[in-house]
Design a protein around this ligand. Sequence first.
Ligand code: BGC
Length: 759
Amino acid sequence: MLNVSVLTDPGFCPHSLNKYASIMACGNGYMGIRAAHEEDYTQQTRGMYLAGLYHRAGRNETTELVNLPDITGIEVELDGVNFTLLSGDIIEWQRELAFANGELRRSVIWRSPDGKRYRLESRRFVSLDQLPLVAMQLAITPLDAASQVVMKTGIDATQTNTGRQHLDEISVRVFDQHYMQGVYETQDRAADVVISAFCQLSADSESCFTAKNRRVSAHYCLTIAQGDTVTLDKIVWVAHRSDKALSQESFARRALADLKVCAARGYASLLESSSCAWADVWRNARVEVASAVPDDQMALDYAVWHLTTMTPAHDERSSIAAKGLTGEGYKGHVFWDTEIFLLPFHLFTRPQVARNLLRYRWLNLAGAREKARRNGWPGALFPWESASSGKEETPEFAAINIRTGMRQKVASALAEHHIVADVAWAVVAYWQATHDDTFMRNEGLTLLMETAAFWMGRATEVDGRLEIHDVIGPDEYTEHVNNNAYTNYLAWHNVACARRFMAQFGREDARFTENATRFLTRLWLPEANSDGVIPQDDTFMAKPAIDLSRYKAKAGKQTILLDYSRAEVNDMQILKQADVVMLTYLLPERFTPQQCAANLAFYEPRTIHDSSLSKAIHGIVTARCGDTEGAYAFWRDGVAIDLGDDPHSCDDGIHAAATGAIWSGVIQGFAGMQIVEGELHLAPSLPAHWRRLAFPLRWRNATLHFTYENEVLTIETTTPVTLTLWGKTLRVSGRKVCAYKDFLAPANGTATTEGRDDA
Ligand code: BGC
């Protein structure tokens, strides 16, 4: 069994309740549940979300991921005293999330203000093998004397998205002595949610059920002898549908029947099945590192945990929210984060999931076409933020100035068009890594053609050349510019790939080819100056630069906006996040190593890294430029975004893209993995305090495993593959051991002799 990390919560602290509720959230891609404590705290935000379940609460509201009725809350009264860690003393504390099997556990010994001690142990998991299933247990042991214990738990539909209610309660029912059920419908009638819960106590007690004010609850009251333990088991089935094939009654009845099967098995057996599913995840995706800093392994396990729990692998109609399923930040919307930061992990560990994520865009093409058409352009303009329908969901306004009542417009939906090319980039990366011709023939080509058509219509002719005007590149501190380098190069790549793949798949269309060729020969691609620096856009180089060190020291907090207005920031050389550096990361073959280094050196001092999407990309490019230690520093900063000391770093959910970047930073940074001209390249170079790096990788029809230790790379593959290692191309079958020193000679074409083939 792999020794997968355990994430711990160092101690109860009201300030960091929500950070830990986010980073220790449990989930399975179908649902996510914040790691809120069973007992309530005013600061604590509970949350349970289903992937793809969005709703708009009313006028002037934005479509958002629905926060469902709560099932995790348990009120406990011990000898007449309400159990809360805000009073009394915590004598022992342990709280952890075991990534290996997905169990969140807390064990406390609490001394009540009355001086009596109790042990309370709770555990829960969201099943990875039965998606609608959640199981929890709470065990109470009075340590000093026999105690009178009262517990209340159930389904609490008073839960809202900070006040916005999305669900109508249709019915609540209690069945037998153990079952409760709430049937809810989104207020637009589009979806039903049926929550069924089974509760059972390990000892006899007085019990009753109540249903009042959107809460259906079971109440237990009993005496527990000193030293005895009584355990409450709660097993919950969260069913959801947006098709109405069955009547609501039949759907609810079926949910109850499913729950009964689970309840009969009990917590331990259900956990065991889920653990087996997790074991598969770790086997197929775990990155192992032997580092002098133990937290490095923790970060990698944390990343794989969340990359798994946030991704609706079961459902191509939904994609990954910017905060996964761990909170309400960004309203649960889907951004370019998915294709650029999250898709690579899936592409190289479970490519069918990457395919689903692309199919989500394909299924939502209608919305993208409509957005393009409304703006007078051809093709598909994907929404900057999307939910389930593919319509633009970006809120029109951001913060309000409460003195003037004026609201700040959000410009991204109007101009952050690079998302179109980002989707196309991901389609190409997917095909390169899988050679999935069926996908390319059906969804892939359509996506490439529609996105290419958009760019061809979007470009403006100026003095005989084509330019792309009025855009926002990835750097959102620089708005409404012409010829953002990232956008122009990615658009070029988009159109070039559309033309190439249409030819390759026999789908040439004379008019399209002619337009594409014209576009490709005439689109302005901002040129590198004599130092190799590419101007971010037409006006960037003429703007003044200021010393950003004090803002960089508070990266992620957007403190620059406390000193300067957005307009002022726009008029200076200030980057929120990687922009040209991002370009060199995505299209490495277009730029020389010197150009990559020059752009990194020029832009990094001008970048505050106020977006969580920034540092990791700088880290990867830094690693590619040969500065492994510098790359490690960026990587650690990327890890600290959610796992660092800031108690409020992710109150409203983890930074999903930053999680993807933890994986990418190691695989694309330190292992030097990249796709160049469609082929797999590796060039491992580890930070000095890393002794060993091992990881699995899927490439086309091969499952590979790499281990790099003592400057020797051991490659194991199920199927022969061709790859380029430290600049030399070789064919690997079975197992091959390659010493770095053997690759140091100048590369002169294809090497076939490096490395040792083992039987
Ligand atoms: C970043 C975007 C990103 C979004 C969601 C913003 O702060 O600037 O690039 O897509 O957050 O993560």
